[in-house]
Write a protein that binds this ligand. Structure first.
Ligand code: IMP
Length: 427
């Protein structure tokens, strides 16, 4: 019953695509359990580069069944264009399964996301503008539209009416926008029904049966631990649970079924959007990390904010996710620094603090306490085993492992599929 959760241990963009893809060959099902097309995975297969937003990266492994779980929010137009883009490149997508209980990102949810951000002004979250927050808000308010609603026109119409009742008041009276017509939305959504029909299924049943038959199931988190609505840097978070528990609710699988929880951890730190970031670098080191690491959002094209590794965050991720392993990515990006600072604790209003403070204002005041680790200058992209790494790179990895509280079982030394050092097997 190998059920693995793979999730971001920082603020997302840790290189999960590479990790899922590495496991893809031995995995029977790859499941997305939360988020939507706010995510962005870049997967390199041979000389081909794929940017995926909504589809699980298992879609690129022929033997694997990709699953969009009930906890995901689905923009049908994005999904269909992602599928046809892959089909045009010869990728077979016919095995995809979509939960009938997943919620639909409607055109009005995208509009509400954009106008709300504009209205917040200086206090904006810096969302991806894809309608994620408003769609989850509708879900919790019980006025959401689910994939299964596309197959009953009368129910769909009633639900769109209920959702737009309040939203049109808000759009016209508060935001000075035009009201959105129910018929127009219903017509657009019904237009997707037939195209999506072959994929829609009872994914909870499928996944639980697969686990009973000892199939390997990989749950792939979008975003990262610090963007979790409950455990992240609220309010500068996404509107779902990327942490390990989200895999259970977002896929309908009990916690006793999960055998391994792997945190993807970048060898330094990045974040997109607004919010506190203690190790952020606003100098030429930050610029160099951004340039060498190619730190530009796959989804939004925004430059990512960059900073040194933060062990306080890594420890926190180990705790809230119950991590059993880390996959350390992008170690090669750090090649060339004489010394590499690593944040081991924070100083908050004159006090040394070893753990992530639960208080938002404390976290806003946190200043990094750095330990300097010696760097390396050798090219590490050809390293195949841990002992191939220069001594200082080995020591850097070992130090991170000790500070972070879980074994580092794989190390990424370059963007390609084969540029990975596997230390412990994940299965
Ligand atoms: P939303 O998910 O579009 O609502 O955006 C909320 C916050 O999460 C913003 O700061 C986004 O930049 C951030 N975010 C959303 N998706 C990702 C991701 O896949 N990687 C990194 N940051 C993300």
């Amino acid at each position: 019953m190998p059920a693995l959760v793979l999730l971001g241990a920082q603020w997302g963009d840790e290189g999960k695509g590479k990790a899922t893809d590495l496991l893809g060959g031995s995995v029977d099902y790859v499941v997305r359990y939360q988020g939507g097309n706010n995510a962005g995975h870049t997967v390199v297969v041979g000389d081909q580069k794929y940017a995926l937003h909504l589809l699980p990266s298992g879609i690129l492994s022929p033997g694997c069944t990709p699953v969009i779980g009930n906890g995901v929010v689905v923009d049908p137009s994005v999904l269909l264009s992602e599928l046809s883009g892959l089909n045009e490149r010869g990728v077979d997508t016919s095995k995809l399964l979509i939960s009938g209980n997943a919620h639909i990102i409607t055109p009005y949810n995208v509009t509400v996301d954009k106008v709300t951000e504009r209205f917040l002004g200086k206090r904006k979250i810096g969302t991806t503008g894809r309608g994620i927050g408003p769609t989850y808000a509708d879900k919790i308010n019980r006025v959401g539209i689910r994939v299964q609603d596309l197959y009953d026109e009368s129910i769909l119409t009633q639900k769109v009416e209920a959702a737009l009742d309040v939203k049109n008041q808000m759009l016209t009276k508060l935001y000075n926008r035009r009201a959105i017509a129910v018929e127009q939305v219903v017509e657009e959504l019904l237009g997707y029904a037939e195209k999506l029909a072959p994929y829609v299924s009872d994914t909870v049943l499928v996944l639980n049966e697969a686990l009973e038959q000892d199939k390997v199931v990989l749950f792939e988190g979008g975003q990262g631990t610090l963007l979790d609505i409950d455990h992240g840097t609220y309010p500068f978070v996404t509107s779902s649970n990327p942490t390990a528990g989200g895999a259970c609710t977002g896929a309908g699988v009990g916690p006793t079924k999960i055998s391994r929880v792997i945190g993807i951890l970048k060898a330094y730190t990045t974040r997109v959007g607004a919010g506190p970031f203690p190790t952020e670098l606003l100098d030429e080191d930050g610029e160099a990390l951004r340039r060498i690491g190619g730190e530009r959002g796959v989804t939004t094209g925004r430059d990512r904010r960059c900073g040194w590794f933060d062990a306080v965050i890594a420890r926190y991720a180990t705790r809230v996710n119950g991590l059993t392993d880390f996959f350390l990515t992008k170690l090669d990006v750090l090649t060339g620094w004489e010394q590499i600072p690593v944040c081991v604790a924070y100083e908050i209003d004159g006090r040394r603090v070893e753990e992530l403070p639960y208080s938002q204002s404390d976290f806003h005041h946190a200043k990094p306490v750095y330990e300097m680790l010696p760097g390396w200058s050798e090219d590490i992209s050809k390293a195949k085993s841990f002992s191939d790494l220069p001594k200082n790179a080995q020591a850097y990895v070992k130090a991170l492992e000790e500070m972070s509280g879980a074994p580092i079982s794989a190390i990424g030394v370059g963007p390609g599929r084969d540029e990975t050092i596997q230390i412990n097997s994940f299965l």
